[in-house]
Design a protein around this ligand. Structure first.
Ligand SMILES: NC(=O)C1=CN([C@@H]2O[C@H](COP(=O)(O)OP(=O)(O)OC[C@H]3O[C@@H](n4cnc5c(N)ncnc54)[C@H](OP(=O)(O)O)[C@@H]3O)[C@@H](O)[C@H]2O)C=CC1
Ligand SMILES: CCCCCCCCCCCCCCCC(=O)[C@@H](N)CO
Length: 293
């Protein structure tokens, strides 16, 4: 069934909203008339974001300094922020490294922030979302990554944390559909953000080669397409041709609201598997060459 989730005049709560994709989403949501709240750890970065948004649109956003790993802090922030109509669970960290070399602390950090932290945010927001006065459709959007559709060299913990979001989203959609709460999972490729800048300094050559083979998007483009997808209640939100192909190749058991896209998923299933196998054969050939096996 088609659904439309209004943004104008509604409360959009964005975790990780002080930087990168989350901040670009805040700009976009405000430009469409939403009331926006931002949650992140660093108060100074939140205040900077608040200032830039006030400068751009003359409105004040709510800012809440909390670590998504701290359920009580997240709960306090969400109760203070008030009922949420669109929740964007966007926070995420990514420390790419071969697992053999990576500290388990870093593995746990990515799982705790990207996956368990997302559970904390959703658990804290759900009671207020289900009991919302504004009975129009609501949305919970989870920021995944193409690395949440394809496991990539150097991203073992990161991909695991992002693949986990998909299982969470598919289960949660079945639990919340009767409350008119619609789930979206967003799968961006590399996106120009402060996070990517940091990541590029350390990611293994092979990771750079594979991730770099896809598009590199501006945060604004990701924000625009994400908000459009949330408004139309799209369960999977992907970007550019390779992202659309990847979404078809990894459609799995995700729900599909659009008959047209479902038609393409069926008709293009075979070819998208062929393209994926070609992509993978390239990847393994490059790995063999670089390890001179
Ligand atoms: N950039 C890219 O190439 C891609 C990014 N993504 C995903 O998009 C999302 C945003 O990434 P991006 O904008 O690049 O990242 P940035 O590093 O630019 O921003 C990350 C945001 O998350 C916040 N954050 C980090 N850790 C925590 C925490 N423990 N608790 C609360 N907030 C936290 C940061 O604020 P603070 O540090 O103050 O807490 C910041 O606001 C992530 O989920 C990422 O996986 C997906 C595909 C591509
Ligand atoms: C049928 C389709 C064929 C397959 C083509 C797909 C190409 C996949 C490349 C994977 C790119 C991973 C980007 C990770 C971005 C990210 O999340 C990091 N920057 C950290 O945030």
């Amino acid at each position: 069934q088609p659904v439309s989730i209004p943004i104008k005049g509604r409360h959009v709560f964005i975790t990780g909203g002080s930087s990168g994709i989350g901040l670009a989403l805040a700009h976009k949501a405000i430009s469409e008339g939403a009331r926006v709240s931002l949650l992140a750890r660093s108060l100074s970065k939140l205040e900077e974001a608040k200032k830039s948004l006030h400068l751009a649109y003359g409105v004040d956003v709510g800012i809440f300094a909390a670590d998504v790993r701290d359920y009580d802090a997240v709960k306090r922030a969400i109760v203070e922020a008030g009922p949420i109509d669109v929740l964007v669970v966007n926070q995420g960290i990514f420390v790419p490294q071969e697992l053999e070399k990576q500290d388990m602390d870093e593995v746990k950090l990515m799982i705790d922030v990207n996956l368990v932290g997302s559970f904390n945010v959703i658990k804290a927001a759900l009671p207020l979302m289900k009991g919302r006065k504004d009975s129009r459709p609501a949305s919970i959007a989870l920021m995944s990554s193409q690395a949440g559709q394809v496991g990539i060299y150097g991203y073992s913990a990161y991909s695991a944390s992002k693949f986990g979001l998909r299982g969470l989203a598919e289960a949660l959609q079945q639990e919340l559909i009767s409350d008119d709460i619609h789930i979206s999972v967003i799968y961006p490729p590399d996106t120009e953000t402060p996070g990517l800048e940091e990541e590029r300094k350390i990611r293994p050559k092979m990771t750079e080669m594979i991730a770099g083979s896809g598009s590199v998007l501006k945060a604004e483009e990701v924000a625009k397409k994400t908000l459009d997808g949330i408004k139309s209640g799209s369960f999977s939100i992907s970007f550019r041709m390779e992202g659309k192909m990847l979404a078809i190749a990894t459609a799995g058991a995700s729900p599909q609201r659009s008959f047209l896209i479902a038609f393409f998923e069926v008709v293009l299933a075979g070819i998208s598997r062929i393209v994926t196998l070609l992509f993978l054969s390239n990847v393994y050939r490059s790995i063999r060459k670089s390890h001179a096996i």
